[in-house]
Design a protein around this ligand. Structure first.
Ligand code: GLC
Length: 451
């Protein structure tokens, strides 16, 4: 088990800034934070899967949670690698290399890869695969942050300095594929064709867009079948139907990843920096709702703004190249507002003001209110950078208390802190990345939550 004492390779915290990645030497946190770090490491080790697929391709990755999530998910793997780099950077690298191997030679990388176990019969019809059974991966995407994760892991890879550049051709192909295949109207914003392509499956922002075919309703099977018949070709889908979205959270991570790729790539970096700037400008010009200061998805052929306040609308806070007043407004008018996103625990996935907001567990639906750790992971560093240190620390501390009491759960009730849904959930270990040892007090115990 790693100790956060002195001079081991993972004894650093990383901070994302406008300049890129800064290394901050860790302090010497003890007690509760050390327990959380140990628990995170144990969880990742328990969820680690490695072997060889039936066709001889080797794999090594962390499954999100057993028994519910046994496969490799794109954004989960990126988040797992970001935590792994604190404990065992070699596993972080193996996880990201596996994700690349799940992809195709043309640069496509799937939402889910079924390395060893095919999707079970009950869930198979819901996956965006080319045929209902027998595929080794989906033909759909998930929020594409691979280059961002790659850069963070490379920063922790003094023991393997070639890692930073070894995959540049494959990463370029991946981001070129996204640009070519997923931006049919060439406005710099990627389009998603199924709600789970963002990772925010049942978010209320998709309710009206996908209607009776939304992710949590039986009609979703029909949507998958309809798009399967079109080979998941976003160009054809965007031309014929209205059930597709230029999604804010997807495009925020896309821009962050393009910026990371531009820093990794000495030769072609400027191409990706320009693409990032184009995406950021499009978010500002087309998605920003001046009235509320929120960034809204654009839905369907008419590209109408979807006026539902979810954490996705706050995600551009992480884009340090956007005007600072626009970013501050997201904090001042939304994250600091008790009626909206300021809650006792974490950052709710939906504004508490929305009629659809539900803080508790639902068997069929997620992302409709509870606080997820990756949300805080994206927004908290930006709050710190803009000077909202105290509030940022409160959010992290509240999640740390919830995790200390309930373990790393899929999500938490933002009012009570109760841990909900999957247990031993991989990307909730991102909390370790947020506990900046030098600046946080090891004050998690005793827990204060009353379920
Ligand atoms: C759920 C989440 C999604 C995640 C997946 C695997 O579907 O909504 O974000 O990628 O589980 O953990």
């Amino acid at each position: 088990m790693g100790s956060w004492g002195a001079s081991r390779p993972w004894e650093f915290a990383w901070r994302r800034t406008s300049r890129g990645i800064d290394r901050i030497p860790a302090g010497s946190p003890r007690g509760a934070h050390q327990h959380l770090a140990d628990a995170a490491e144990t969880l990742l080790r328990e969820n680690w899967r490695e072997g060889t697929r039936h066709d001889g391709v080797p794999y090594a990755f962390t499954c999100p949670a057993t028994p519910r999530y046994r496969h490799q998910w794109y954004w989960d793997s990126c988040f797992h690698a970001i935590t792994w780099r604190h404990f065992e950077p070699a596993r972080a690298r193996a996880e990201l290399r596996t994700l690349l191997r799940a992809g195709r030679l043309d640069g496509f990388i799937p939402h889910t890869a079924f390395w060893d176990w095919p999707a079970r019969w009950r869930r198979a019809p819901f996956y965006g695969t080319h045929t209902t059974f027998g595929c080794s991966a989906t033909a759909t995407i998930q929020t594409p942050l691979l280059a961002l994760a790659w850069e963070l892991v490379a920063e922790a890879s003094d023991d393997d300095p070639g890692f930073a550049t070894e995959a540049l051709p494959a990463l370029r192909l991946h981001y070129d594929w996204l640009d070519r295949e997923r931006d049919p109207d060439r406005d710099g914003l990627l389009t998603i064709i199924l709600p789970d392509e963002s990772g925010l499956d049942d978010s209320p922002k998709y309710d009206d867009v996908f209607g009776w075919m939304r992710h949590d309703l039986p009609g979703h099977v029909w949507l998958v079948e309809r798009y399967r018949r079109l080979g998941y070709d976003a160009g054809q889908i965007a031309a014929r139907y209205d059930e597709h979205v230029e999604d804010v959270v997807v495009n925020v991570f896309y821009a962050l990843a393009l910026r990371a790729l531009s820093r990794l790539d000495d030769e072609h970096g400027s191409v990706y920096a320009q693409r990032a700037a184009r995406t950021e400008a499009a978010l500002l010009d087309r998605c920003l709702d001046e009235r509320t200061g929120l960034f809204l998805d654009l839905a369907g052929r008419r590209e109408r703004q979807v006026a539902v306040s979810t954490w996705s609308a706050l995600a551009p806070l992480a884009l340090t190249d956007l005007p600072v007043d626009v970013r501050r407004r997201l904090v001042e008018e939304h994250l600091l507002d008790d009626r909206r996103y300021r809650a006792p625990v974490g950052i709710p996935s939906v504004s508490q003001e929305e009629p659809s907001f539900e803080p508790g567990f639902s068997l069929w639906r997620c992302w409709r209110g509870p606080s997820w750790v990756n949300t805080a992971w994206l927004l908290v560093p930006a709050m710190r950078e803009l000077g909202y240190e105290e509030e940022a620390a409160r959010i992290v501390d509240s999640l740390a208390r919830a995790a200390a009491r309930y373990g790393f759960r899929e999500y938490y009730n933002p009012h009570t802190g109760r841990g909900l849904a999957a247990r031993g959930f991989g990307f909730s270990t991102l909390l370790i990345d947020l506990l900046r040892p030098a600046e946080t007090e090891p004050s998690v115990a005793p827990p204060i939550m009353h379920p």
